[in-house]
Design a protein around this ligand. Structure first.
Ligand SMILES: Cc1cc2nc3c(=O)[nH]c(=O)nc-3n(C[C@H](O)[C@H](O)[C@H](O)COP(=O)(O)OP(=O)(O)OC[C@H]3O[C@@H](n4cnc5c(N)ncnc54)[C@H](O)[C@@H]3O)c2cc1C
Length: 452
């Protein structure tokens, strides 16, 4: 008999697999390589946006949505290049997932309706008050603690193998001592390979020059362990970049743009349609002089963004610059005043319906009005979105497309729903792949063991 029914490697989104599996009556254990995971992993670093298409929260807010509409948004944003099986599975589970988080785990979720995220045709991102991953992950782990789920740290999964009907996971402590845990099923929830510069340069050269702003534990362990089982991989060039990381390494947030702000380079001029998406904007910023860019907004946008913990911290870090006119702001940011004034004029004309030279059509609810704000940002890589090939039950597939017995993958360890490159990423689809595939994996293990 195995030590546990389900072993989860990675206590970020993977904690959902343990929580759900335990509800289904399975014995569970969780290991994590980093004892500081509650602050240091990507789930903790995130803005805590989780899409749920057709959720009760949407119904209450009068938002009409469905898994089909969501999947269509994904197909459109990814230009049809997202893994269709995973896209459908995650679109379908998204509403039950957020309802389970709110209902069974009692998380105080709310639907974000104060602005639109690029690519989502409906308000469908759900979040916790404060809108920060540390809050979300802290809540998930508080429930796990209350329910007696042990998290073994620091214990890095370094290998796994089949033995009889079970899997044996080999874990390693920082002093090099190893232990073996046998399990009926293993969920690889160890995230992607963003922290491994060589792997990033190999699979995603376009973003290799950006700052990496994600978990240092994302070293591609799932890929290397999966390969020992003959696992297939999919969409390894997919990633989430971000064009709004401040010089204090805190996220300014794309709400600045979606509320009507714009982005200029060191010449003071705009260079692209900012509303196309923050992920692809990182690679665009990398093409600008010295890789430098500045988000420009006003008091109305500033006040609206205070709903975000990240924005509040950006402000507290002292990197925002303010000016009572475009020229004064240009002086504070060291930008040519004439070009920056021309960019303000472009934004005002765009709001009045003039054709924008960069193709932008959405300019927020009101004209920008003084006082104005500006903040320097640098292009960043947040996480990779490709990984082990999985089916609709989160089972890892081999090169022939057959499931590998007992092996599951979730989150950055698995292929997500972001297609190829950067431009397929929709807000929330990282956490949805993390929490959603974990949930799906637990349900599949529950079904499989119930039938045994
Ligand atoms: C700044 C930022 C903002 C973001 N905002 C959002 C957002 O609002 N919405 C959204 O959907 N996505 C967002 N993302 C992306 C999202 O955070 C990730 O897609 C998601 O959290 C990945 O979850 P995960 O469980 O795969 O990885 P993680 O949360 O990183 O968890 C993986 C865990 O595995 C551990 N680990 C690694 N290797 C091993 C090993 N060999 N053995 C044991 N443990 C191991 C790590 O220590 C870590 O704790 C954001 C990312 C960043 C960086």
């Amino acid at each position: 008999m195995a030590d546990v029914n389900l072993l989860v490697a990675g206590a970020g989104g993977g904690i959902v697999a343990a929580l759900r599996a335990q509800e289904l009556g399975l014995s569970v254990a969780v290991i994590d390589a980093n004892e500081h995971f509650l602050r240091a992993n990507n789930t903790a670093m995130s803005t805590a946006m989780i899409p749920g298409a057709g959720s009760l929260f949407q119904n209450e807010a009068g938002v009409e949505d469905s898994p089909e509409i969501f999947a269509e948004d994904v197909r459109y944003k990814t230009k049809g290049r997202a893994n269709p099986v995973v896209t459908d599975a995650l679109s379908r589970i998204s509403a039950p997932l957020v309802e389970w988080l709110a209902g069974s785990l009692k998380l105080p979720l709310e639907l974000v309706t104060d602005f639109e995220y690029p690519g989502h045709t409906r308000h469908r991102c759900h979040t916790v008050p404060g809108r920060h991953g540390t809050i979300l992950l802290g809540m998930l782990h508080r429930v796990a603690r209350e329910r007696g789920i042990d998290i073994v740290v620091p214990a890095r999964l370094v290998a796994a193998r089949h033995q009889d009907d079970a899997l044996v996971a080999v874990t390693e402590a920082p002093d090099g001592t190893t232990e073996e845990i046998s399990c009926d099923a293993l969920v690889l929830a160890t995230n992607g390979f963003g922290a491994d510069a060589a792997l990033v340069a190999e699979h995603i050269p376009e973003i290799a020059g950006a700052v990496y702003h994600g978990s240092e534990a994302s070293r591609g362990d799932a890929l290397s362990i999966g390969r020992t089982f003959g696992a297939a991989v999919d969409c390894l060039d997919a990633y989430q970049g971000h064009g709004a990381l401040s010089l204090s390494s805190i996220l300014v947030g794309w709400a600045t743009v979606m509320h009507g702000g714009f982005i200029v380079n060191t010449s003071g001029g705009r260079f692209a349609d900012e509303t196309q998406g923050y992920s692809e904007f990182a690679a665009l910023e990398l093409t600008q002089p010295d890789h430098r860019a500045f988000i420009i907004f006003d008091q109305r946008i500033h006040d609206a963004c205070l709903a975000f913990e990240d924005f509040r911290q950006t402000k507290a870090s002292g990197v925002l610059r303010q000016g009572d006119s475009a020229a004064e702001l240009a002086g504070r940011l060291n930008l040519p005043a004439g070009r920056l004034e021309a960019s303000f004029a472009q934004a005002a004309a765009g709001r009045r319906g003039a054709t924008d030279p960069h193709g932008r059509s959405r300019w927020g609810d009101a004209d920008l009005a003084a006082p104005f704000y500006g903040v320097e940002v640098r292009p960043a890589l947040f996480h990779t979105q490709g990984g082990l090939a999985v089916d609709a039950a989160a089972r890892v597939l081999d090169a022939a497309g057959e499931p590998i017995a007992g092996l599951y993958a979730a989150g950055g360890a698995a292929v997500g729903m972001s297609g190829r490159g950067a431009d397929g990423y929709l807000a929330g689809n990282g956490l949805l792949a993390a929490l959603g595939l974990s949930f799906i994996a637990a349900e599949d293990v529950g079904r499989r063991l119930a039938g045994r």
